[in-house]
Design a protein around this ligand. Structure first.
Ligand code: SF4
Length: 237
């Protein structure tokens, strides 16, 4: 595990205990938690200890309609641990979410997914070339995982990071919107404006940061992109 925090109005409904797991197979140029990319930066945690912490916050989750969100890094890089936490949370009556790129979707067993109430699925690009440029990895595994979630009927929120000069061209936005609109289980889309808040972390861990000169999108640019999704009948934030 890398770290955890209590958050409200992000990472799912209500107040959430978001747990960041260490290790990720992607290398997103805009990653704002690059210190979670390497599993070596995590600390070992026993599932029972994390479940004991979840148990302590049950009242908060109940009062706010919240729950837990397993994030990263990449939660599906540690499917056995995730399976135990999700099962344990379910047994406690706690709402469960995972925040994932879906790249390792094949590592998610049906048993794991049976204990997931909500998937926050990051679709980082609409086509393979852009995906490889943004993340260093292909897009197909994400789309394949999205279809599986549709088959299983697991509620999904699609998240898309809008980065000027990288993911903001009309073709990319339209393709991501098409993918999202084609999935029946998607109840919400979040268009997340790129920001520079992760920049210092790249410096701290000594990795080259490619987006030094990239500005955040303007509010009107974000509105235009949100409207592209809305035009396909999607609920957008
Ligand atoms: S998937 Fe998330 S944690 Fe992994 S590199 Fe991309 S933004 Fe960072």
């Amino acid at each position: 595990m890398h770290s955890w925090e209590l958050v409200t109005a992000v990472d799912g409904p209500g107040t959430r205990m978001t747990t960041f797991l260490a290790g990720c197979p992607l290398r997103c140029l805009y990653c704002h938690n690059p210190d979670t990319m390497s599993a070596a930066r995590g600390v070992p945690v026993l599932a029972d200890d994390l479940l004991a912490r979840i148990r302590r916050y049950r009242g908060v989750f109940r009062a706010t309609g919240g729950g837990i969100t397993l994030s990263g890094g990449e939660v599906l890089q540690q499917p056995a641990f995730a399976t135990r936490i999700l099962r344990g949370a379910r047994e406690l009556g706690v709402h469960t979410a995972i925040d994932t790129s879906g790249f390792l979707g094949r590592q998610a067993s049906d048993e794991l997914l049976a204990d997931v109430d909500l998937v926050l699925l990051d679709i980082k690009a609409g086509d393979d070339d852009t995906a490889r440029r943004v993340t260093g990895r292909p897009l197909a595994p994400t789309l394949e995982f999205a279809r599986r979630l549709e088959t299983l009927g697991i509620e999904t929120w699609v998240r898309f990071v809008l980065v000027p000069g990288l993911t903001d061209d009309d073709a990319t936005v339209s393709r991501v919107a098409d993918h999202a609109a084609s999935l029946r289980q998607v109840t919400r889309v979040e268009v997340l404006p790129f920001h520079q808040m992760g920049r210092e972390k790249w410096d701290e861990i000594g990795l080259p940061y490619a987006l030094t000169d990239t500005p955040p999108p303007t509010p009107s640019q974000v509105d235009v992109v949100r409207d592209v999704f809305r035009a396909r009948g999607l609920t957008v934030y």
